[in-house]
Design a binder for this molecule. Structure first.
Ligand SMILES: [Zn+2]
Length: 473
């Protein structure tokens, strides 16, 4: 400290500031010492916090030691540009804060460190910050420009990292809930806060993991995964499950195996427990999952898929933890695959469909005919309740063949061939039909067997003729 009136340089200065031990102080020296001692012994009381006065904070974080902060008012009537900190003579300190860095914090890079300091101070004095009137937000001075941007959430990126720093995002979200204005006065150092942040600690082994304020803000994925909840099954649902077990082939056979005493000396060990009418599957760690009948699957899937914003297979499946359906994953996969809303919103990733290709046919009557079966007609007096329509593609002539709904393809073959003969259409060169099983399964094979049998009988006739014409052979 430069004492007023002391020589400023040279040997006289050296002699002035040399430490000398006074073995035998004079009366004047003693009284001077006592004055100094009294000055230091008198407690300078900090000002009382007044929520109606503007509150300021000076922050500083030092990589070497820790965080420092001064919370203060200014003398009543003092006015200044809020962009710049008030003059030191106008400051009325309310409280001082400082602490050492935790081990994790000592690895932070400067932006994180300054933001951690701001978060720590806000956590410490949030009662003061929240007490501030709406029109008097707390003014915070920091000597790190990045903190201002993060507190305003103007930028969550930093020059050092091209990735969004989630730690800073959380910090920014936390800071947003307070009414504070953060300023970075250029070229100004927070002398008090800076000194506080460099206070040597008398207890240097302070590195306590709980002191990590930035990480205290976050909920790590592990913690969020490890919640536990107790599920109570309503009596009504329990009764429904019990009743539906009987209809469920798999679970009813498991229950039967478990509950039936057997004479076999080697008892089968099944990973199931049957208790109070409910069946549980037990895994290797002893965790029990409730077995639910397949008939309840659609209802449960609606809860975990439709009512959860139609989320995908993995997320829906994870919601079913603790419940077991026979072939549950496959069922859920099918359920989501056929969910109407998901089908509407699904992005089409297949190649574009081609154009429809018309069936080309020559302009010849009865060359190409189309077939279809009409079902669900009222019963006629002859006992017919279905019909087959035969349409010529060129002339649009239509033939109708009466039939019965219970007829299969074979039964339709004779009436159809009869129609071609009786209507004098002749056998068409091409027949167009849909993929009705009646056509694909029975009709064609029946028609061919009839035609081939005709052909065969013809051959028989001709062979007879052949034989009769050359009997000596
Ligand atoms: Zn869906």
């Amino acid at each position: 400290m430069l004492l007023r009136g002391a020589p400023s340089k040279g040997d006289p200065r050296k002699a002035h500031v040399r430490r000398t031990v006074l073995d035998d102080p004079s009366e004047a020296e003693l009284s001077a010492f006592r004055i100094l001692q009294n000055e230091f012994a008198t407690k300078p009381w900090p000002a009382h916090h007044d929520r109606n006065r503007q509150l300021y904070m000076d922050l500083d974080a030092s990589k070497e030691a820790g965080f420092g902060a001064m919370v203060y008012h200014t003398t009543p009537g003092y006015s200044h540009d809020p962009q710049k900190p008030p003059a030191s003579t106008a400051i009325q300190p309310v409280l001082f804060l400082s602490r050492c860095l935790s081990r994790a914090e000592s690895n932070y890079w400067p932006t994180e460190l300054e933001v951690a300091c701001l978060v720590w101070v806000l956590r410490k004095v949030r009662h003061l910050v929240q007490a501030a009137p709406v029109d008097l937000p707390v003014i915070i001075y920091t000597d790190h420009s990045g903190t201002t941007a993060i507190a305003d959430s103007a930028s969550l990126r930093s020059v050092a990292s091209d990735r969004l720093n989630l730690r800073l995002v959380r910090a920014s979200q936390y800071i947003q809930q307070f009414r504070v204005k953060v300023f970075h006065p250029p070229g100004v150092t927070n002398k008090v806060a800076d000194a506080l942040s460099r206070l040597p600690s008398t207890d240097p082994t302070l590195a306590d993991e709980d002191q990590d304020d930035l990480d205290a803000l976050c909920v790590t994925p592990d913690q969020s995964d490890q919640h536990s909840s107790t599920i109570h099954i309503s009596d009504e649902f329990r009764d429904r499950v019990r009743a539906l077990y009987d209809a469920d082939r798999r679970w009813s056979s498991v229950i039967k195996t478990i509950t039936t005493p057997s004479d076999d000396p080697v008892q089968p060990v099944l990973p199931y427990e049957y208790e109070d009418g409910l069946l549980y599957q037990v895994d290797a760690e002893g965790t029990r999952s409730l077995c639910l009948p397949k008939s309840l699957a659609a209802e449960i899937f609606r809860l975990v898929h439709d009512e959860q914003a139609h989320q995908g297979l993995d997320r829906s499946w994870s919601k079913l933890r603790g419940l077991v359906f026979p072939r549950g994953l496959k069922l859920l996969h099918e359920y989501i695959k056929h969910c109407p809303q998901c089908m509407d919103n699904r992005t089409a990733r297949h190649r574009p469909y081609g154009s429809l290709q018309p069936v080309l046919s020559p302009p010849v009557p009865f060359h190409t005919v189309t077939l279809d079966i009409v079902l669900g007609l009222p019963m006629s007096s002859d006992g017919f309740d279905a019909m087959m329509t035969v349409t010529d593609k060129f002339s649009k002539a239509v033939g109708l063949i009466a039939g019965k709904a219970k007829w299969d393809g074979k039964d339709w073959a004779w009436p159809l061939l009869t129609f071609f003969w009786m209507a004098n259409w002749g056998l068409p060169a091409a027949i167009v039909s849909d993929r009705d099983p009646k056509f694909t399964q029975g009709l064609w094979s029946a028609i061919f067997s009839i035609l081939i049998s005709l052909l065969y009988s013809n051959t028989k006739v001709s062979s007879t003729i052949f034989r009769s014409s050359s009997p000596k052979r």
